[in-house]
Ligand binder design. Structure first.
Ligand code: ADP
Ligand code: TRP
Length: 327
């Protein structure tokens, strides 16, 4: 049977920024190309996003935008099996079984809970947030995933999925496949326009859908030092260079570095170059994005959910028999 690569994407933001592109989207597309024979399951973790977003319209809008952006960035919608777990009852069904097999101490040690604790009081954290990894384990185990690519912060959650699968199998027989976590190669952190890590939370991002005017404004805001045009400059400490190099081939990169080091390059010129490179990168993504209709995405999710639901129903039937829910 073909290897199954499965991952989820939490639509908590209204868009993706170029940090998300280089850190998450591009590596997944690359992984799919490196494994041409594997099945790729990519789902919208709408039920996970619900731990954070309680505005229905906002969640719907994020979900559509994020999916269209994935397609605009080159994810092949024919190849990627994209679906929404909320359309498939098995996720909530398996979630309950695993919830009853999981002790609270395990959840207390989880990254998601600790993260929430760091931001607020224990008594105010939702039970959904507390149990977040259990739903994630259900997402994974339902489909016999072989490989689960995630960012470093999600590694512990996939390990828990493996542990709970083992616990279930030990009690009831070999029902679940044990998933392997695949941590994306450390991608260099993409800097934001203030030089810190680009992040939704720092308001220092360039969205994939930023138009020319906004883009120009943001590029102009990038802080630089006070060196004169003639002075030699260190490219590695320059925010403009650090962003620009994402879009350069080896030759262009060497040539820009030499110009920095030789002196004679103004920051204005470097920023104009960055703007030009950003535009050339974003234009095709934005054009593709504009060509995808919301209805196409809705139809695709519906079509795929039928296929995926058939796999899920089969697994749930086995589980329900084993635990004694089905006679
Ligand atoms: P944000 O910090 O904007 O909230 P998320 O946590 O939603 O970003 O990021 C989703 C994924 O995108 C992360 O798992 C990470 O792999 C990638 N990512 C986010 N920001 C960056 C960045 N500045 N550089 C590289 N990768 C990033
Ligand atoms: N928790 C993941 C994140 O925040 C999203 C996710 C939900 C997921 N279910 C999953 C990832 C199952 C991999 C497998 O990024």
């Amino acid at each position: 049977m073909a290897k199954r690569i499965l991952t989820g994407l939490k639509p908590t933001g209204e868009q993706f920024h170029i940090g998300n592109y280089f850190g998450a989207i591009k590596p997944l597309i690359q992984l799919s190309q490196d494994n041409p024979d594997a099945d790729i399951f990519l789902f919208l973790a709408t039920m996970h996003a619900y731990t954070q977003i309680h505005n229905g319209e906002e969640l719907k809008k994020n979900t559509l935008t994020v999916l269209k952006l994935y397609a605009a960035c080159g994810a092949d919608l024919e190849r990627f099996m994209i679906y929404n777990p909320a359309d498939i009852p098995g996720h909530a069904q398996l979630n309950w079984v695993l919830t009853c097999l999981t002790i609270m101490g395990t959840m207390e040690r989880m990254h998601s809970y600790k993260d929430a604790l760091a931001k607020g009081k224990a008594g105010e954290i939702s039970v959904g947030t507390f149990c977040y990894p259990i739903l994630m384990a259900a997402d994974i185990l339902l489909y016999d995933a072989d490989i689960v690519p995630v960012g470093k912060d999600q590694k512990q959650h996939v390990e828990y999925a493996r542990d709970i699968a083992q616990k279930f199998n030990k009690a009831y027989g070999e029902i679940f496949k044990l998933p392997d976590v695949y941590i994306r190669n450390e991608v260099a952190v993409v800097p934001g326009i203030d030089g810190r890590k680009m992040s939704k939370s720092y308001n220092n991002y360039i969205w994939l859908l930023d138009d020319e005017k906004i883009l120009l404004k943001k590029v102009k805001q990038i802080p630089t030092d006070t060196k004169t045009v003639e002075e030699p400059k260190d490219p590695d400490t320059c925010n403009v260079y650090n962003m620009c190099k994402l879009f350069l081939n080896e030759e262009e990169n060497q040539s820009l570095r030499s110009r920095y080091q030789a002196g004679g390059l103004s920051y204005k010129e470097a920023k104009d170059y960055l703007y030009e490179k950003l535009l050339a990168f974003l234009k095709p993504i934005q054009e593709k994005y504009a060509s995808i209709k919301d209805q196409e995405i809705v139809d695709l999710l519906k079509k795929n959910s039928e296929k995926v639901n058939a796999i899920s129903e089969k697994k749930i039937a086995e589980v329900y028999k084993k635990v004694g829910f089905s006679l």
